[in-house]
Design a protein around this ligand. Sequence first.
Ligand SMILES: [Ca+2]
Length: 197
Amino acid sequence: MKKIHLSQGDIRQYIYMRRLKQGASVLGLILGLGVLGYSLISSVQSPSAQVGAAVMLFSDGFEANNFKMWDAQTNGWTISDSGHQGSNSARIVGKATNAVIEKDLPVFYKSNYNLSYWFKTSYGWNTDDIVNVEYYDGANWRTLYTHSIENGSWTNNAIDLPQNALNNSDLKIRFRGTVGSNASFYLDDVEIKHLGE
Ligand SMILES: [Ca+2]
């Protein structure tokens, strides 16, 4: 067997090289963890950026001068030549009883729907005048919001829809108003959005 003679210098160099190698391994481990950590953070961040994104499912500013985007419209609702945005809005003109516009939408998501719209009432609104915003729960129409007081300037109303509104194949929303001869209710920029999961 061939004997290997190591000098003190050889041993010191060997230990130095071992430490250097271990150091490189530790450094490599740190770098590796860093890259892994960054890629994990990246993979977590990009979906979360999409989570908050709202999806517009329906919008109507009534600029087409008709109710073709709606599934039902009864007497009492007409197009007004003034709007919150653009040139037109929808309006219930007194005198009207249970005047309805209704929108049906396929339900693509199971939660986090929001209905937003702008409204104002004419002067001369009294206690008999009422406009209900309603949703269908599969068996009955239920009230989301009741407009019962005079409000002469354009105002936004945004309502998170209850889960009951999404338990059907179609989401159904309607505006139903009964107003006297002196009153009108204006509606514009109706939007139904999914606010993200
Ligand atoms: Ca408009």
